[in-house]
Design a binder for this molecule. Structure first.
Ligand SMILES: NC(=O)c1ccc[n+]([C@@H]2O[C@H](COP(=O)([O-])OP(=O)(O)OC[C@H]3O[C@@H](n4cnc5c(N)ncnc54)[C@H](OP(=O)(O)O)[C@@H]3O)[C@@H](O)[C@H]2O)c1
Length: 269
C-alpha cells in the first residue's frame, strides 16, 4: 500500500472517452502508479474502466479525485464521493481533494472541510486535501480540521507561474504541494532557456520542467495522450539540475496563469 503521494502522477483533465481509456491504460502499462481525475472531468467511469482493464492490484495504484463545487453544500459531498467511487469501480479513493474553494466563499471552508473529514472517517478516502486554495483559505482549512488532514495543496505550478507565496505558506505549515499543469500545457517545450538546459543534460524540455518541480519537493501530474511522451515524463531519475539551472528557470516567472476560470477562481495570492 502506498502510504504517501507518489511524486509522479498521470493527469486526465480534458481527456474523454476512448482517449482517456487509452492514456490511463498505456500510462499504467509504462509504469504510472498515480492517476489524477476529478468529478468535473466527466471521465471517472472511463478512468475506472482503464484501471479495471489493466488488471493492476488495487494496492499498487494511487487514485485521486476532486469534489466539484456543486457538491460542497452540506449533505452533498459524501453522496457525490460515493458516486465517484461507483464510477471508478473502487471501494476507496487514495486521495480526495476539494477541487476549488466555494466561489466567493459562499459555503464556508470549515463546513466542506468537515464534510471531507467525515468522508475520510467513513473510509471513503484514505487521504484528503485541497486544490486552488489561497493562503487565507488554506489557513481556514487548517483551523477547521488541522494540517494533518491536508495531505497536499494541488496548485498550478510551472516555470512561468512559480506560485512562490503559496508554496512558502504551504511549506511553513508542513503541507505538501502538488504541481498541476507542470508542462504549462506543452509551452515549456518552446522556452529557449529550458531547451538549452535540456540539451546540456541530453534530455527533453518536458523532463527539465518536471525535474525542476520534483527538485523543489512537489509531486507532478503531467498528462499525455502519447505513449512516447508518457514514457518520457516518467524517466526523471538521475536528472539533477544544477544551482545555475535552477536560478535560470527561476527567472522565467511571469505570473502566467493558465487555469483561471472566471467566476470560479479565488483572489489569488
Ligand atoms: N486542480 C486543478 O484545478 C487542475 C487544473 C488543471 C489541471 N489539473 C491536473 O493537472 C494535469 C496536468 O495538466 P494539463 O493536462 O492541463 O497540462 P500539462 O500536463 O502541463 O500538459 C499537457 C500537454 O503537454 C503535452 N505533453 C505532455 N508530455 C509531453 C512531452 N513529453 N513532450 C511534448 N509535449 C508533451 C500533451 O500533449 P500530448 O497529449 O500530445 O502528449 C498535452 O498537450 C491535468 O491533466 C489534471 O489532472 C488540475
Amino acid at each position: 500500500m502506498t502510504t504517501s503521494i507518489p511524486n509522479i502522477g498521470l493527469g486526465t483533465f480534458r481527456l474523454q472517452g476512448q482517449v482517456v481509456i487509452d492514456s490511463v491504460r498505456t500510462g499504467i502499462e509504462v509504469g504510472y502508479r498515480h492517476i489524477d481525475t476529478a468529478q468535473i472531468y466527466g471521465n471517472e467511469a472511463e478512468v475506472g474502466q482503464a484501471i479495471a482493464d489493466s488488471g493492476i492490484a488495487r494496492d499498487q495504484l494511487f487514485v485521486t479525485t476532486k469534489i466539484w463545487i456543486d457538491n460542497l453544500a452540506p449533505g452533498k459531498l459524501i453522496p457525490s464521493l460515493k458516486e465517484s467511487l461507483r464510477k471508478l469501480r473502487l471501494e476507496q479513493l487514495d486521495l480526495t481533494l476539494i477541487h476549488w474553494p466555494s466561489p466567493k466563499d459562499e459555503i464556508p471552508v470549515a463546513d466542506y472541510m468537515a464534510a471531507l473529514a467525515e468522508a475520510k472517517a467513513a473510509g471513503l478516502t484514505r487521504l484528503t486535501g485541497v486544490s486552488n486554495f489561497t493562503n487565507a483559505q488554506l489557513a481556514q482549512a487548517i483551523a477547521a480540521v488541522g494540517a494533518a488532514e491536508i495531505a497536499t495543496q494541488q496548485v498550478e505550478i510551472h516555470p512561468f507561474l512559480q506560485n512562490r507565496k503559496v508554496v512558502e505558506f504551504a511549506r511553513s505549515q508542513g503541507i505538501h504541494v502538488t504541481a498541476y499543469m507542470p508542462l504549462a500545457y506543452g509551452k515549456v517545450m518552446l522556452e529557449p532557456v529550458i531547451v538549452r538546459i535540456a540539451e546540456r543534460h541530453r534530455v527533453n524540455p518536458a523532463q527539465i520542467a518536471l525535474a525542476w518541480a520534483l527538485q523543489q519537493g512537489f509531486a507532478v501530474i503531467p498528462s499525455s495522450t502519447k505513449r512516447a511522451n508518457l514514457e518520457n515524463n516518467l524517466k526523471l531519475q538521475g536528472i539533477v539540475l544544477t544551482a545555475e539551472d535552477m536560478a535560470q528557470i527561476a527567472t522565467l516567472e511571469r505570473n502566467e496563469r493558465l487555469a483561471n476560470p472566471e467566476g470560479l477562481a479565488p483572489a489569488w495570492d
